[in-house]
Write a protein that binds this ligand. Structure first.
Ligand SMILES: [Zn+2]
Ligand SMILES: [Zn+2]
Ligand SMILES: [Zn+2]
Length: 129
């Protein structure tokens, strides 16, 4: 049986590629730009500290467990009930505005250009990160 997931509340900042300016996949360490293939080193000390010290509730017994690591996803085991659960990455969402009706959409940013369809006015438009 797969351990239950708990979503982290801490996310690395969205960073742009030093070479082409496109958005890098979210993460820390050596990150490869999916647009131009450049390797970029992403470090963000406040995020690392926040990830290490993040406290989450054990989904089995509700005891507060400290992550103690900046890895996500990571399997944690609860000291009080020995239950195991997975602390997953936080899903970052950004707001984009439909150019036709100005409705705000909350989407998961992905590097590059993609087409979205506005749920309000059904008109397609492109976003680039
Ligand atoms: Zn790049
Ligand atoms: Zn527990
Ligand atoms: Zn619209």
């Amino acid at each position: 049986m797969a351990p239950p997931d708990v979503e982290s509340r801490v996310a690395p900042p969205l960073v742009n590629c030093a070479q082409c300016g496109g958005m890098l996949p979210q993460g820390l360490g050596e990150i490869e730009c999916v647009l131009c293939g450049a390797m970029c080193r992403v470090t963000h000390q406040p995020t690392i500290i926040a990830l290490m010290g993040e406290k989450v509730q054990c989904p089995h017994c509700m005891t507060v467990v400290e992550a103690g690591t900046d890895k996500r996803p990571v399997d944690l085991s609860c000291e009080s009930c020995s239950g195991i659960f997975t602390l997953t990455r936080k899903i970052v969402k950004v707001e984009v505005q439909c150019p036709s009706c100005e409705a705000n959409l909350r989407i998961r940013p992905r590097p590059g250009k993609r087409e979205l369809t506005c749920p309000g006015c059904q008109k397609p438009f492109f976003v680039t990160f």
